[in-house]
Ligand binder design. Sequence first.
Ligand code: G6P
Length: 611
Amino acid sequence: MCGIIGYTGPDQALPIVLAGLQTLEYRGYDSAGVAIDGHGALAVVKRAGKLANLRAELDQIQLAGTCGLGHTRWATHGEPNDPNSHPHVDAGSSLALVHNGIIENHAELKAELAAAGHTFTSDTDTEVIAHLVGSLHDGDLAAAVRAALPRLTGQFAVAVMDHRDPGTLVAARRNAPLVLGHRDDASLLSSDVAGLIAHTRDVEALLDDQVAVLAPGAVTVTDLDGNPAQGHRYTVDWDIAAAEKGGYEHFMLKEIHEQPAAVRDTLIGRTDAEGRIVLDELRGGPDAAQDLRHVDKVYVVACGTSYHSGMVAKYAIEHWAGIGVEVEIASEFRYRDPILNPHTLVVTISQSGETADTLAAAEHALAQRAKVVAVTNVVGSSLARMADAVLYTRAGPEIAVASTKAFTTQIVALDVLALYLAQERRALFPDECRDHLARMEALPALIEQVLGQEAAIADLAHTFAGADYFMFIGRHVGLPIALEGALKLKEISYLHAEGFPAAEMKHGPIALIGAGGPVVALATRGHVWSKITSNIAEVKARGAVVLAIATEGDTEIKAHADHVVYVPEVLELLYPVLTVVPLQLLSYYIALALGCDVDQPRNLAKTVTVE
Ligand code: G6P
């Protein structure tokens, strides 16, 4: 999704802005641009395609200036070409503006501005904001931005600079992330903390309808009326090395390998001396002792990979805590009429904490007075701030667009939540809770064991890389992993891959099985093992080549499947944390074999801040 970076300070802005854009590349984009204030005139350069295209253009020109803005655009309104790229300028080219989000009333505003004589050079909603701010500018850029914001409907993070106000950046947001970076000699802004940590750890998340004015070493935040205000200021505690590749060829591979440590971190400090689960985080919101005991219904709401971890949580919460759970895609949840009340617990899951649909779903649930718990990876994210309580997954920064360690840590955090609900509601005996938790604590070492099979999985990936259609089948907790395995593969290899409940195959999808098409079956030992082996037999009988993900020691599975990858034996509900790992590696090596851009797959964005 779009990335924004801004700098004003003593140094040349262009190298800082370009380096910042490079850090934000992982968000996914299809064009990039910069604006530099070169003493009395703005220079704007923008190019469709990757950052390399913009850099090639900038190599031809000298852009000097100590105040600048940069943007990577993920197209929503208008194709990804040069004119539609950001920054956009106003009618007199006095100001340059970058934007992340969607302005829903852009057509209406455009018509109004056009009637007043403005001409537009792009198809974007963003250009309309530039013209609107320009038309309201009467000597004070911040005042113009404050006057423009109430006219905008939708969601946005904007940053703007004007050559009549040298060395100043003005930024604002509504339902889209924007973070300010404080330093003694300089000030920065970015859509993402990752864009700032090379320069400062002292950051401030701007809140909705706040306007920030940045000068070198000085930041002022106000509300829309110009009254002093403050964002959410905090210190970033993760290291820049955590956001770099650390010797791996791709972030995705690095993040797959970080899973043992990430899961360990997720579990740290969740118990007291007696082995009881302690989730202090929840005490600020739905109080553990009171509210959670009275929860009579749980909704789990998320998008993409996070939705799949929510599906896994359903099995754990229903089985351990005995509460009915519905899992729903956030964009669907928000537009129907879910029956919510103060006894409903809505668990929202989001790696980034910024996914627009998930935020809107949380907002809807809060408005119905349901209790909202956020399971997120990003401290201080919008979701974390709006929820009644937050359970952080502590996976560290996830850079690759295809989510891996965020997924496994989400499952583990949700399992802890499920056990906590069981404990507080006395649905499990204390020793059962302790036993389950102890088994969870063994997961990091077990993930290591699965990762030890990387070479064999890479070989299998080569065997399968020529196939053009993959099916993933699973039952019970194997089903979300089948869906996640298929999602991972299609995301990064562009191969057609679908996941199905294994027994549903005979109701339609089995018609797709041709000679030799690979079917990946989640077939670990558990109460549905004999059922899934029958489903494997059904597809094999029709010519499928089957790769089974099975439990170590299960020699019988070899009679059913052509290829087997084993994972260590665990509690049935915990298998997803292990079985997803070979599927992540399989997708990675297939994408690599096909020469795909693993970390930044086409058309996809890491953080989806539009609905
Ligand atoms: C995008 C990402 C996915 C992610 C989904 C939800 O589509 O590419 O990897 O699962 O958004 O993101 P969230 O940050 O809410 O978990």
